[in-house]
Design a protein around this ligand. Structure first.
Ligand code: ZN
Length: 211
């Protein structure tokens, strides 16, 4: 069930839209996860913004359409160590610059000074939800593990529990283990606020790097 918008007008009229779906509604994400029923919350906002340092022939700041997206999900994955299910909190944000054609997007990407520039090609029937899915897929962790697995793996021969593998960070100089930070994976990060992303605007702080 796509969420279709005229992306050019969405940006030019500074529209905003948000919604919630389930992981099972996003087929490419579904293929990567163990829990189809997890809810995915998303927010989108359009803007037209001046591009820092770029001017047109008349000396006016060059302006570009930008699409801001954010999405949050507690993604169900299987732990790589014990194989049991776990939840991976995802909280992704993106600022995408919207171009009319692939050629224009490519040209702008080549002229961009940094590698955090994310061009997309807009359309009159642009699927916001497919782009949300794309952003989640880009941020998907390659592998996940419990900090402490609920049931330690058992030695196949003796049946005795094997101690959990230490995951505390080792100091860079090799001087040994430091005290592990108190952070745990599930509830420490609040949901992204799209407002904060919008306030960050075109500044470097508001961008995310794309690997
Ligand atoms: Zn585990």
């Amino acid at each position: 069930m796509p969420i279709l918008v005229d992306l050019f007008r969405f940006c030019e009229e500074a529209r905003a839209q948000d919604g919630e779906c389930l992981v099972r509604d996003l087929p490419r994400l579904l293929a990567e996860t163990a829990d189809p029923s997890a809810p995915v919350r998303w927010q989108a906002a359009g803007r037209v913004e001046a591009v820092a340092g770029l001017y047109d022939d008349q000396g006016a700041p060059r302006r570009r359409r930008a699409l801001y997206l954010a999405a949050q999900v507690q993604l169900g994955r299987d732990c790589d160590r014990c194989g049991q299910p776990m939840e991976v909190p995802m909280d992704v944000r993106a600022r995408l610059e919207v171009f009319d054609t692939e050629a224009e997007a490519d040209e702008a990407a080549m002229a961009a000074a940094d590698d955090e520039f994310d061009p997309i090609v807009g359309s009159r029937k642009f699927d916001l939800l497919a782009q949300v899915e794309e952003e989640l897929l880009l941020e998907l962790p390659a592998g996940v593990m419990h900090e402490v697995c609920p049931q330690p793996a058992r030695d196949a021969l003796t049946g005795t529990a094997i101690a959990s593998i230490a995951t505390e960070p080792v100091a860079a100089d090799g001087s040994g283990l430091r005290e592990a930070p108190a952070a745990e994976g599930r509830t420490t990060r609040p949901f992204a606020q799209l407002d904060a992303l919008l306030k960050a605007g075109a500044t470097a702080a508001g961008r995310k790097s794309r690997k």
